[in-house]
Write a protein that binds this ligand. Structure first.
Ligand code: HEC
Length: 450
């Protein structure tokens, strides 16, 4: 204790830390500290986690089509803590999208984007867009089938923008086809352009926060510390950032890290097969946070497609960015902003509704056909998932079977089950030791996967 004090005093005499300490810790929070305000620091914490884990992944990762996939496999199988660090990076990305979403939701509910905090909000929206940019560019880097075809879909959507779409898509791809140039481009974006821009904007976001102060409670009386009994005023009126808010932020950061670490340790994120540009039958499924959008795309076909591929997203980002200038009512209390709250609720309902439908479509199997159900039971009884993956779960020794019903017909499957190496020379898949009826059930299950 005395030693730390001595060190602090030594540093203080050289760096004049006192004013810095005061500035960092004594920032007043109108209305007092609250668990509701933790999402911003949780997002910042996750960003730092991504930086750290990303730096370690970059030690082994090779951004070329020939080596990217193998380098990730090497990280997963041979590098000490490699699978864990990749897991942290993967789940950390999901957690960061969630945290920034909750942070924005809180700011929206509390009307904290209103004057004089328009600039802070706009920088925040830019940070949100950068976060999605991280997610999109990072997804390609493992160069597996999912990565390749999901990126293909994303870039094709950019291509539908009138006038500039074609050129924009070519710039993103680095040419006419998705290949080596695309991968290095996405890598540079993911590890240099985006992180540096993000760091700059985070600094700006926090600078504005420190200049203008946090919005705090939407209860004006509470925020001003009026009509509050004197003995409770230290908690309800303005309260400094330290110690209570710092404590709450730290607890949440610790909790977030624990959750991400547990996911990384016990729920590894498997690679699909190596990207195969000629296999156009592969249907990628996006990450959960893009699922609602993926589902929405299914409903707009033909002339309405641009609506979903770029018109609605463009309108969404524009409205989000200029929200403080569109919603001009000065009220901050949710009860006095029924329109804003209703619109927000409708939006969330739409997003989660589409997400639920999408999850159901992906994971539900046709349970009407009893043969398919028996086949599915056999599949797990015979432990096919030790070598094969279906929608993300299972091993990666054999090919992903999520859509095998689309690429193989009954005749092929039966011949293959009877003797895999006769159909695919050199196959290591074991021959099926089952009755013909069971083989047909298994075949029917395979055909239902499409
Ligand atoms: C020891 C690992 C292993 C096990 C266990 C295994 N497979 Fe395979 N499977 C493979 C490999 C490797 C291939 C790729 C070579 C081939 O097509 O034979 C494959 C290919 C396949 C294919 C063809 C996919 C395609 O489109 O080319 C099907 C279908 C299949 N397996 C189904 C099954 C089923 C059903 C089971 C469980 C009864 C099973 N596998 C068990 C390793 C395995």
């Amino acid at each position: 204790m005395r030693a730390t004090r001595a060190i602090y005093q030594w540093l203080d005499r050289r760096l004049r830390l006192k004013p810095v300490e005061e500035m960092l810790l004594n920032e007043p929070i109108p209305g007092g500290a609250s668990w509701v305000y933790v999402f911003g620091s949780a997002t910042l914490f996750l960003f730092c986690l991504q930086l750290l884990t990303g730096m370690f992944l970059a030690v082994y990762y090779a951004p070329t089509p020939d080596h990217a996939y193998d380098s990730i496999q090497f990280i997963m199988s041979s590098v000490a803590f490699g699978a864990f660090v990749r897991g942290l990076h993967h789940w950390g990305a999901s957690a960061m999208v969630l945290a920034i979403g909750l942070h924005m939701l809180q700011v929206y509910l509390y009307g904290a984007y209103k004057p004089p905090r328009e600039a802070m909000w706009m920088v925040g929206v830019a940070l949100f867009i950068l976060t999605l940019g991280f997610a999109f560019s990072g997804y390609l880097l493992p160069w597996d089938q999912k990565a390749y075809w999901a990126t293909q879909v994303g870039i094709n959507m950019v291509g539908t923008i009138p006038w500039i779409g074609g050129d924009l898509a070519r710039i993103i791809r680095g040419g006419e086809t998705l290949g080596a140039l695309t991968l290095t481009r996405f890598f540079a974006l993911h590890v240099l352009f985006l992180p540096l821009t993000t760091l700059g904007l985070i600094a700006l976001h926090l600078f504005i926060l420190r200049r203008i102060g946090p919005a705090g409670s939407f209860e004006e009386k509470r925020a001003a510390g009026l009509s509050v009994p004197k003995e409770r005023r230290h908690r309800t009126a303005s309260e400094p950032f330290y110690p209570r808010q710092v404590f709450m932020d730290a607890v949440v950061m610790g909790g977030v890290f624990l959750i991400v670490a547990v996911l990384a340790a016990f729920l590894p994120f498997p690679l699909a097969d190596k990207a195969d540009p000629s296999d156009t039958s592969f249907k990628p499924i996006p990450e959960w946070y893009f699922l609602f959008y993926y589902q929405g795309l299914k409903y707009v076909r033909g002339p309405f497609e641009p609506l979903a591929t770029w018109i609605l997203p463009a309108v969404f980002y524009a409205v989000l960015m200029f929200l403080p200038f569109i919603d001009r009512s000065p009220a901050r209390h949710p009860a006095r902003r029924p329109k804003a709250i209703l619109i927000g609720a409708a939006f969330l309902l739409g997003v989660f509704g589409l997400m639920a439908i999408s999850l159901q479509e992906i994971y539900s199997i046709p349970t009407t056909d009893p043969s398919v159900v028996r086949g599915r039971e056999l599949y797990s009884k015979l432990q096919c998932n030790g070598c094969h993956r279906i929608h993300g779960s299972g091993g990666a020794v054999g090919p992903d079977l999520s859509y095998v019903g689309k690429v193989r017909d009954r005749d092929w499957l039966v011949r293959h089950f009877d003797d895999p190496s006769a159909v695919v020379p050199g196959s290591i898949m074991p021959r099926l030791a089952v009755s013909p009826a069971e083989r047909d059930d298994l075949t029917n299950y395979m055909l239902s996967l499409n």
